[in-house]
Design a protein around this ligand. Structure first.
Ligand code: IMP
Length: 427
C-alpha cells in the first residue's frame, strides 16, 4: 500500500473520519492535505468519541505518524486546543508533524470572514466563520504567514507590520469595524511559535521518506469534491481543493505515488450553507432524517440541508477524482423509509441532462429526475456482512454502484469501527 487517498465525494460530511480511522489500521502515515478547522471529523473507538478539526484522524492509531501538510491552513489556537484535549485523554500527540509551509489562520482572518459574510447579505456563502477564505486569499496574494515564519520573530515582525496596517485599514474603513492592535497579534504569533515548535517539520520529506521505506500513507481529504474551489459549485465552495489534485499540491507528492483513490459517499446527500442541492428533499422528510441521523454540523452546529442520493453529481465526482473504489456510509439512516428516491438525471428546460453543469446559473435551473426504489423494513444498522442486509438494501447498494460506475468496497452501517461491511478490502 503506497499512497492512498480518501476523498469526500459530495459536499463534505460524508463520514471520512470513520473511514480514515478504519483504514489507518494498515497505514504508517496519515496526511491531511487541504482545508482547516472548517472541517469536523468524528471518530468513535474503544476509548469513546473524538471530534477532530485539524489533527488527522490517524492520530488515534499508535503506529501512525499524523501529518498536517502545506495545503492546510492552521489556526494555532484551535490546533493547540485540540492537541491538549487529545493529550488529556491519553493520546500521544508528539508524533504529529506540521508543515513549515502551511499557512496560518490569523485573528484578522477570522474577523474578516464574518465581516465579509455579513456584507454579502442574501448572497452569503454560509461559511463556517473560521477564517478559511481570508487565509487562502492571503496565501494567493503572497501576504500570508506560514507556520515556519512563527519560529523567526524578527522576520515575522518585518513581514507582518505592513500586513496588519492593511488589514486594519480594511476593517475600519471598509467594514466600519474596530482595528486589531498590532502588538497583540505579534505577541500571539510569538507564543504560537514557541508552542508549535516541537511539531514543525518539512512534511513533504516525512511523507516521501515514509513512501521510500515502503510504508502505507493515507491521504486524508477534508470537505468534499463539490465544495472544491475549482471544480465545485462556485462560488458556493470552500477556498481549497479537496479533490485529488489538492492531495499532490497540498503535500508535495507526485501523482505517480498515488495508487488508489477511494471516494466516500453518504447514502443520501447533505449540504451546509448556501448553493444548489438539486435533489434536496421536501422539509417533512428532510426533518425526519435530520433528527434521526443528527445531521447538524460538527464545527458550527448548523442544521444540514438534506437531499436524496444524486448520481449525476456522484458520477462527476468519480470521474474528476478517478475513484478506484467507493465507501458508502450511513446506509442505516435509511432503515424504515418506505421508499427511497435516487436522482438519476437532471431536467434542464425540458431536456434530460446526465452531465453535471459547470455554471451556477444552469445548475440552479436543473430539476431532479428521480427513480424510486422500495425501502426496507428490516435493519442494516450494525450489519457486518452483505448477507445480513434486507434484499431491498442490497438492491440500493448495487444500484448506486451501477450508477456511479465504480465498485463499492466498504459499507458503513454505524459510527463504530466494527460497524462496517467489507465487500472487498480497500487496501
Ligand atoms: P468555508 O470553508 O468556511 O469558507 O465555507 C465555505 C462553504 O463550505 C460553506 O458552505 C461551508 O458550510 C462549507 N464547508 C466548509 N467546510 C465544510 C465541512 O467540513 N463540511 C461541510 N461543509 C463545509
Amino acid at each position: 500500500m503506497p499512497a492512498y487517498a480518501v476523498i469526500g465525494a459530495q459536499w463534505g460530511d460524508e463520514g471520512k473520519g470513520k473511514v480514515v480511522d478504519y483504514l489507518a489500521g494498515k497505514a504508517h502515515c496519515v496526511a491531511r492535505y487541504a482545508g482547516g478547522n472548517n472541517a469536523g471529523h468524528t471518530v468513535v473507538n474503544e476509548d469513546g468519541e473524538f471530534t477532530l478539526h485539524l489533527v488527522p484522524s490517524g492520530i488515534l492509531r499508535p503506529q501512525v505518524t499524523p501529518v498536517i501538510g502545506n495545503g492546510v491552513v492552521v489556526d494555532p489556537d484551535v490546533l493547540l486546543g485540540e492537541l491538549k484535549g487529545l493529550s488529556d485523554r491519553g493520546v500521544d500527540v508528539h508524533r504529529l508533524a506540521v508543515s513549515d509551509r502551511a499557512h496560518v489562520v490569523m485573528p484578522y482572518h477570522v474577523r474578516l470572514d464574518s465581516l465579509e459574510e455579513k456584507a454579502r447579505g442574501s448572497k452569503a456563502i454560509g461559511t463556517t466563520g473560521t477564517g478559511i477564505g481570508p487565509a487562502y486569499m492571503d496565501k494567493a496574494s503572497r501576504i500570508g504567514v506560514r507556520v515556519g515564519d512563527l519560529l523567526d520573530p524578527e522576520y515575522l515582525r518585518g513581514r507582518l507590520d505592513p500586513v496588519i496596517d492593511f488589514k486594519n485599514a480594511l476593517m475600519t474603513k471598509v467594514y466600519g469595524a474596530d482595528p486589531i492592535p498590532a502588538d497583540e497579534v505579534l505577541e500571539k504569533c510569538f507564543a504560537w511559535g514557541n508552542d508549535l515548535k516541537p511539531y514543525v517539520r518539512q512534511t513533504e520529506l516525512v511523507v516521501q521518506d515514509s513512501l521510500a521505506r515502503g510504508e502505507g500513507v493515507l491521504l486524508e481529504g477534508a470537505q468534499g469534491t463539490l465544495l472544491d474551489l475549482d471544480h465545485g459549485t462556485y462560488p458556493y465552495v470552500t477556498s481549497s481543493n479537496p479533490s485529488i489534485g489538492g492531495a499532490c499540491t497540498g503535500l508535495g507528492l507526485s501523482p505517480r505515488e498515488i495508487t488508489g483513490v477511494t471516494g466516500v459517499f453518504k447514502a443520501y446527500s447533505t449540504r451546509v450553507g448556501g448553493g444548489p442541492l438539486t435533489a434536496e428533499m421536501e422539509e417533512d422528510t428532510a426533518g425526519l432524517l435530520r433528527e434521526k441521523a443528527w445531521e447538524y454540523g460538527v464545527t458550527t452546529g448548523r442544521a444540514r440541508r438534506i437531499g436524496w442520493f444524486d448520481a449525476v453529481a456522484g458520477r462527476y465526482s468519480a470521474t474528476l477524482n478517478g475513484f478506484t473504489s467507493l465507501v458508502l456510509t450511513r446506509l442505516d439512516v435509511l432503515d424504515g423509509f418506505p421508499s427511497i428516491k435516487v436522482c438519476v438525471g437532471y431536467d434542464l428546460d425540458g431536456q434530460a441532462v446526465d452531465r453535471f453543469p459547470t455554471s451556477l446559473a444552469t445548475l440552479e435551473k436543473c430539476r431532479p429526475i428521480y427513480e424510486e426504489m422500495p425501502g426496507w423494513d428490516g435493519q442494516t444498522a450494525s450489519a457486518t456482512d452483505m448477507s445480513q442486509l434486507p434484499p431491498e438494501a442490497t438492491a440500493y447498494v448495487n444500484r448506486i454502484e451501477e450508477l456511479i460506475g465504480c465498485p463499492i468496497h466498504l459499507v458503513s452501517t454505524g459510527p463504530r469501527r466494527w460497524e462496517t461491511i467489507v465487500k472487498k478490502p480497500v487496501l
